[in-house]
Design a protein around this ligand. Structure first.
Ligand code: ADP
Length: 505
């Protein structure tokens, strides 16, 4: 099968969050079993070229359009492992992609509409005939409508369009004029069954358009699939999601074993084998290696070198992630005589100010570190060196940090929402067999929920080593690779209902 992803992020060369990991992991898993996979994304200013080989111009002087203007684009091709990628470089005077960050600009909608138009123009002009066009979130959600109403009539061959919703919160709203600039007459799309925003009849909603037009819609966990069909979790699109439910599937993300494996992880001070834990000696080796990574972190950050539990949180610092509860986790950990390292990025100014203030208050505390940055290496070390990872999200479509934590034997403590429900099972309250329980959960996103879970976790870590060992074994022994999810996506690509849905039918 020939699969083309059009997307705004791709790990490890242009990553903001989980979307980047998912596209990379899924593409690799499909390429591994013999499918032809290509990925098109913008040539951002901060692409990390060190991961790419065979970088060359594939197509020069490709014209793309915005309003009455046309602009020249250069399409670069390169190899990222076995996957072919295409980077769009534009001569647009707005320097749409040649910027410091991937998102966060007032003209984001214009930038990504232009990107989608150019990506489709490229597929069309270079006579590529993918079987599958796979789109991701609002930045590329216009593609199914643009393909169906513009490029299919122009003669582009038939293909299946799949939209994956990684996060329903961001929907890409814009004025009809902005859509018309892309060459689609906006009046034709301002209707309830097309792109009209449910709350503003004169606003175009790109994500809604993607949901309406795509042949299949997926999201990143079974629980999030249910949540987005409710008024509480639907971000205003719950009715649209319910209407689309027959083509909607929730497929739980995996993690890339080439990136997230403590046996081979080059970022670690001490690596450790987690797949074979048949004796106590095997387990002790893991514990010693984790301890070495912890020591390194403590020394690096000038923390006190204690045996106290080390708690971490690795996150974008946005409202969704429960920032007030993250702070509470930090303060409660200190009260319980633990240590805490927060690695936080992408904070909007008002949240960043709060954490800078907390950083200032804790400046001389040798048990807490607040590191406000995006830092891939540090993230890997924290997954390896910590005992607990906290994810007190208000909502969480899938969440990868708890899965990576599990893989590294770092026990997740999570609020029960979205994909966290599907991956973390409380040691005390889960109804699953004890061998499958792997963490701590709480239901309500409030201070008492955090205390209830964190107090238990730190108490067990300090006083019940055998139970903790059991938790770690359970966590590390599960299979988190992409193979299962990749198969489910193939079913969707082929037009069949998802495996899970088929079981329910
Ligand atoms: P989201 O996509 O909402 O940001 P996920 O849990 O799905 O959340 O994915 C987060 C990904 O980004 C993980 O791979 C995590 O390790 C990484 N990450 C998040 N914040 C940081 C950070 N500050 N530094 C390094 N990596 C980060």
């Amino acid at each position: 099968m020939y699969i083309a992803h059009i997307c705004s992020e791709l790990a490890p060369i242009a990553k903001v969050g989980g979307l980047a990991d998912v596209v990379y992991g899924l593409a690799k898993a499909h390429a591994k079993v013999g499918h032809q996979v290509e990925i098109i994304l913008p040539k951002y200013a901060r692409i990390d070229y060190s991961f790419l080989t065979e970088l060359k111009v594939d197509y020069s002087d490709l014209w793309s359009f915005e309003g009455y203007q046309r602009y020249s684009n250069t399409i670069w091709s390169a190899k990222l492992d076995s996957i072919k990628i295409f980077l769009i470089e534009s001569s647009h005077p707005g320097h749409y992609f040649d910027r410091e960050d991937i998102y966060g600009y007032e003209d984001d909608v214009d930038r990504f509409i232009y990107f989608v138009r150019t990506a489709l123009e490229y597929l069309f002009k270079s006579i590529k005939h993918p079987d599958i066009l796979h789109l991701h979130d609002w930045p590329t959600a216009l593609a199914p409508a643009m393909y169906q109403d513009m490029y299919l009539p122009l003669g582009m061959p038939k293909c299946r369009t799949i939209l994956t919703i990684h996060n329903l919160e961001h929907q890409g709203r814009c004025s009809p004029r902005t859509l018309s600039k892309a060459g689609l007459r906006a009046e034709g799309y301002l209707s309830p069954d097309k792109m009209q925003d449910p709350y503003s009849p004169i606003t175009i909603n790109l994500l809604k358009g993607g949901i309406q037009y795509a042949d299949a819609v997926t999201t990143v966990s079974p629980t999030y699939e249910k949540e987005i069909q409710t008024p509480e979790g639907g971000c205003g699109l719950d009715a649209v999601m319910r209407k689309a439910s027959s083509k909607l599937s929730g497929i739980l993300n995996g993690i890339d074993p080439d990136v997230w494996d403590p046996t081979t992880d080059s970022h670690l001070v001490k690596r450790y084998e987690t797949t074979v834990i048949s004796s106590d000696e095997d387990f002790q080796k893991i514990a010693r290696a984790k301890q070495e990574n912890k020591r390194f972190l403590q020394t690096y950050f000038g923390m006190e070198e204690t045996e106290a539990p080390l708690v971490t949180c690795i996150t974008r610092l946005v409202r969704q992630k429960g920032t007030a509860l993250i702070k509470e986790c930090l303060l409660r950990t200190l009260e319980l005589k633990g240590q805490f390292i927060l690695l936080g990025s992408s904070a909007p100014p008002e949240i960043e100010r709060e954490f800078i203030e907390l950083q200032r208050l804790l400046a001389t505390n040798r048990h807490a570190v607040i590191h406000l940055n995006y830092d891939e290496k540090l993230a890997h070390l924290l997954y390896a060196g910590s005992d607990l990872i906290v994810i007190p999200s208000l909502f969480e479509p899938c969440g990868l940090t708890q899965i990576i934590g599990l893989r590294y034997g770092t026990i997740p403590l999570v609020r029960s929402t979205g994909g966290l429900v599907d991956t973390v099972f409380d040691i005390d309250t889960s109804l699953l067999p004890i061998e499958q329980r792997n963490g701590f959960t709480f239901d309500f996103p409030d201070v008492s929920g955090v205390h209830w879970a964190l107090d238990r976790a730190i108490n067990y870590k300090q006083t019940k080593p055998e139970l903790w060992q059991k938790l770690m074994r359970n966590a590390m022994s599960a299979d988190y690779s992409w193979d299962r999810a990749a198969k489910e996506y193939l079913q969707i690509y082929e037009g069949a209902p998802s495996l899970r849905r088929a079981l329910l039918m």
